[in-house]
Design a binder for this molecule. Structure first.
Ligand SMILES: Cc1cc2nc3c(=O)[nH]c(=O)nc-3n(C[C@H](O)[C@H](O)[C@H](O)COP(=O)(O)OP(=O)(O)OC[C@H]3O[C@@H](n4cnc5c(N)ncnc54)[C@H](O)[C@@H]3O)c2cc1C
Length: 139
């Protein structure tokens, strides 16, 4: 285990999460975080779509797939512990033309292999509208 002084450069999501995990594993250790702006996370981390990526699109067995699935658990747990609101509203993935249907099936299969639960096929456009209804106008 590393015991020397550690410096994390960049106070966005990646730097802050790295610093947090490092300190959790070494309570009382010293860590320096360097951020060039006067406030943390003023760049990409506060200018994104705010979506928890579910791991649907990532190749099974890849680091991206494993990290996305594990990351959702870690992030939602972090938010629950601190009373930070979040919403698991689901995601609709659709084919817009018949040629895309094989790709859609691949995405579904990848999602299953990546360990996602709650995946289901919607039978009709009306079912999509019904699913989206509670969220209309919120974004
Ligand atoms: C359009 C868009 C939408 C996205 N949507 C999503 C999404 O829905 N869900 C998702 O999970 N991800 C999303 N992402 C990706 C996500 O936003 C990034 O992966 C994440 O914010 C990267 O965090 P970061 O800490 O690496 O970068 P940043 O948040 O940019 O942090 C880097 C920090 O380093 C500091 N810095 C830079 N150079 C120095 C220096 N020399 N010394 C000190 N400090 C320095 C900067 O000031 C900054 O604070 C999206 C990305 C884009 C572009």
């Amino acid at each position: 285990m590393t015991t020397g002084r550690v410096c994390v450069i960049g106070g966005g999501l990646v730097g802050l999460a790295t610093a947090l995990q490092w300190l959790r594993a070494r309570p009382g250790a010293a860590l320096t975080l360097l951020e060039k702006e006067p406030v943390l996370a003023t760049h990409q981390s506060t200018h994104n779509s705010g979506v928890l990526h579910a791991g649907l699109a990532y190749r099974p067995g890849s680091a991206k797939a494993a990290l996305a699935v594990r990351g959702i658990g870690l992030l939602t747990g972090y938010c629950r512990d601190r009373g930070i609101p979040f919403e698991i509203c689901g995601k609709v993935v659709s084919a817009t033309e018949p040629a895309e249907i094989p790709r859609l099936r691949l995405v579904e299969e990848q999602g299953r292999q990546n360990g996602l639960t709650g995946l289901r096929r919607l039978p009709s456009p009306a079912a999509i509208r019904e699913l989206e209804l509670p969220f209309r106008g919120e974004y």
